[in-house]
Ligand binder design. Structure first.
Ligand SMILES: [Zn+2]
Length: 344
């Protein structure tokens, strides 16, 4: 069976393959474009959508693209990418080597996502899965109920002549929020970083259910503003006197969520990750004989073992390579990297 290591990304030493490395590598397969999954690699393999987002965020690299379901042979192994439902172009990565099928989920959402492809479950021998919300505390209410709460909060704010500000990470969650708001006929204005990624979505063929505008502080009345969570303490938001700030995050299910985000009026559990029940379903439906969990708590692997599955949590590699150096390099990428895990 393929050895699996977690360094500053996933590493398969038997075939010398990096996946989602957070520091620069010669060649790396990338599941999606969130900043904690990318670095300035020399060469990348990804879906065409992720390659486009990578160029926007990291600049040029040698790029090799695979469409979903397209299998490519690399001699020692073969790669196939499948939709992960996390953001546009997000992929699960199937690696076939020595008769073994190993799937790395990357970040995954099984529920429908208004601005991403529907995820599939890929049968495999080894499943390396994210477990960000691998705790029973994180059983999300149906998205339809959360979306209804979002619309009700926006309606209330607008009728009170306030500016609803929706905080959502610039790639993926923002476009999902944008599409949901446009479907309910709101006028939506976007922070520059959200605007840029949304324009890339359009360039890649996504048809949003209406037009949207780029942020202009003179024109905020009767509009909903979408901005990244990191902006909430910045003048762009704090200068809006009559604002109503809504955060979209799976961490909303945490009992202290109302106190975790200063300056936020409402925290709603709209997430681009699988919740606890989806993760359990994914583990079972994959039919994997070996399950390796990463991100989140080791408790999730223990829970899977109680269900009779062969599961282990992947601890950070502490072998000979200087992990400290790799971490130091990845920390150069700036403050936005500190945020994704908080705002999933
Ligand atoms: Zn992600």
């Amino acid at each position: 069976m393929l050895r699996v290591e977690y360094r500053d990304g996933l590493y398969l030493p038997d075939i010398d393959l990096w996946l989602d490395a957070a520091s620069a590598r010669e060649r790396c397969v990338i599941s999606h474009g969130h900043s904690d999954h990318i670095a300035e690699h020399h060469a990348i393999i990804s879906t065409p959508e992720t390659a486009r987002i990578f160029r926007h965020r990291c600049g040029d690299a040698l790029v090799e693209t695979l469409r979903y379901g397209e299998r490519r042979d690399y001699g020692q192994f073969a790669l196939t990418l499948f939709p992960a439902g996390h953001c546009l172009g997000s992929a699960q990565i199937l690696i076939e080597a020595d008769g073994e099928r190993l799937v790395y989920t990357g970040d995954i959402k099984l529920r429908p996502n208004a601005a991403a492809e529907d995820a599939v479950i890929v049968p495999c021998d080894t499943l390396v899965m994210e477990s960000t919300f691998g705790d029973p505390l994180y059983k999300f209410p149906p998205d339809v109920a959360t979306i209804a709460r979002l619309y009700a909060a926006v309606d209330r704010a607008l009728s009170d002549d306030r500016v609803p500000v929706v905080l959502a990470y610039a790639l993926g969650k923002s476009q999902e929020a944008l599409e949901l708001l446009l479907r309910n006929d709101y006028r939506v204005t976007l922070h520059g970083s959200v605007w840029n990624v949304s324009e890339i979505y359009r360039e890649l063929g996504v048809q949003f259910s209406g037009k949207y505008e780029r942020y202009d502080r003179e024109h905020l009345r009767h509009r909903v503003l979408i901005a990244p969570p990191g902006c909430r303490k910045q003048p762009m938001i704090t200068n809006i006197e009559r604002r109503y700030v809504i955060m979209l995050t799976g961490w909303a299910m945490h009992r202290s969520a109302p106190y975790m985000y200063r300056g936020v009026d409402l925290v709603l559990p709209l997430s681009d990750h699988a919740d606890f029940d989806e993760l359990v379903h994914l583990a079972r439906a994959s039919q994997a004989q070996r399950i390796i969990t990463m991100h989140g708590s080791a408790k999730f692997a223990a829970h899977l073992r109680e269900l009779g599955l062969n599961a282990e949590h992947l601890a950070h590699y502490t072998g000979s390579e200087s992990v400290r150096t790799a971490r130091k390099r990845s920390s150069k990428k700036g403050a936005q990297d500190a945020e994704p895990s908080l705002f999933n």
